[in-house]
Design a protein around this ligand. Structure first.
Ligand code: PLP
Length: 403
């Protein structure tokens, strides 16, 4: 390794510490990350390192990865436009496909307009940092996704966090920020490590009362919440409750990218002021076409949303029955509380040994002592596959001493 010898240089120390942490994990057979998937069969069976496993760690909530209509749309786009664009959206990078995708998103989200970016992560960075800056305040739920947190730091606004889903604490934060001219509240619709849902009605009420704008990250709510999978507003039967709806094209939507949906004026601002839009290349044609087809499939095949809801209930209730603590989840993200990091690693080792692909989430991604399996269920799972996972996880839980 090339080392630099600056006084107080910390990069060498960081490199060594990370190498040591990962090597130790590998020695103890605790390292499960970055396993390449070699094949996907039927939406739920994956081949990795030569072994076939049942996938219970996928974000493809409606089982749309590999959907023939979506694949065909992506292939047709490559034949028509090639594999890349000619640059950034504002210059030569915009295709009619991007406009069609943005119109489809706006319609799906019941918004006046929408805009797309090259990842969900970048979408959150640019959303927060375009809207607020120095002298403003941005108020976040404590468990918001890292990309929102990074957007808050990038913005330079005062960054305040309220206790998770605690509406009294949100109101306290809003009161304390009363002197700020611009207040932005940002929350996840469904929390990515816990699977619970933000109290949207109360959040909206408080934002209106205190003159704050509201942005909601729907990465895990599109396709999951609401009768037709349109997300959190549909779930709570609220219209026009959210000023800015953010989502990804990489979870229920089997593509890549992110979007913002809102009023025509708000989206116009992003199209001309967002640095991520102005200075980063457009989505490739295949990915834009796949995303557009996926929004259409969700509306044309509504039974998928219902199947997901049934599967999530079967999975969650089955895990509870064998004695696991699945925390506060109400969705397809089902945390299985293990406690210490080592117990989560042990659980994963036993599960993967018995061909159930789940992954651990450990500190610092979650608070110390709340390491968990972050299992996910999709509409593609058959009931007997879910039963198989519950049985394997139950056996593992007994061996590790969690249940
Ligand atoms: N927001 C939430 C809540 C997420 O869970 C994620 C990804 O895990 C993102 C944003 C970032 O989206 P992407 O992976 O599409 O960049």
């Amino acid at each position: 390794m090339a080392e630099r010898l600056g006084i107080g240089d910390k990069i060498n120390a960081k490199i060594r510490a990370m190498r040591a942490r990962v090597d130790q994990g590998k020695e103890m057979d605790y390292y499960f990350y970055n396993q390449p998937i070699e094949e996907l069969r039927g939406g739920t069976r994956v081949r990795t390192q030569g072994r076939e496993m049942l996938m219970f760690a996928s974000y493809s909530y409606l089982g749309l990865i590999g959907h023939p209509r979506i694949n065909a749309a992506a292939k047709a786009a490559i034949d028509k436009y090639g594999t890349g664009t000619h640059g950034v959206r504002s210059l030569a990078g915009s295709l009619d496909l991007h406009v069609e995708l943005e119109n489809a998103i706006a319609q799906f989200k019941h918004s006046e307009a929408a805009i797309t970016f090259s990842s969900g992560y970048v979408t959150n960075l640019t959303a927060v940092s375009t809207l607020v800056g120095r002298h403003d305040v941005v108020i976040c739920d404590k468990l918001n996704h890292a990309s929102i947190v990074d957007g808050c730091f990038l913005s330079g606004a005062d960054f305040v966090r309220f206790r998770h889903n605690d509406m009294d604490d949100l109101e306290r934060c809003l009161r304390r920020a009363e002197a700020k001219a611009t207040k932005l509240v940002v929350v996840d619709a469904v929390f990515s490590m816990d699977g619970d849902i933000i109290n949207l009605p109360k959040t909206v009420e408080l934002c209106r009362k205190h003159g704050a704008w509201l942005m909601v990250d729907e990465a895990h709510s599109v396709g999951v919440l609401g009768k037709t999978g349109r997300g959190i507003e549909e779930h709570f039967e609220m219209e026009d409750a959210i000023d800015l709806k953010m989502g990804t094209l990489s979870k229920t939507i089997p593509s890549v990218g992110g979007y913002l949906a809102g009023s025509d004026d708000m989206i116009h601002l992003f199209r001309h002021a967002s640095r991520a839009y102005i200075f980063s290349a457009a989505l490739p044609p295949a990915q834009a076409a796949a995303a557009k087809a996926a929004f259409e499939v969700i509306l044309d095949e509504p039974e998928r949303v219902e199947t997901l809801r049934r599967n999530a209930a079967q999975f969650m209730n089955g895990l509870k029955q064998v004695g696991f603590d699945t925390m506060l989840t109400e969705t397809a993200i089902v945390p299985v509380l293990c406690g210490a990091d080592e117990r989560a690693y042990e659980m994963v080792r036993y599960c993967q040994h018995d061909d159930i692909f789940v992954l651990p989430v450990v500190s610092p991604a979650v608070p110390d002592g709340t390491a968990r399996l972050r299992a996910t269920v999709t509409a593609a799972h058959a009931p007997d596959e879910i039963d198989q996972a519950i049985e394997v996880m139950g056996r593992a839980g007994k061996k590790v001493g969690i249940i």
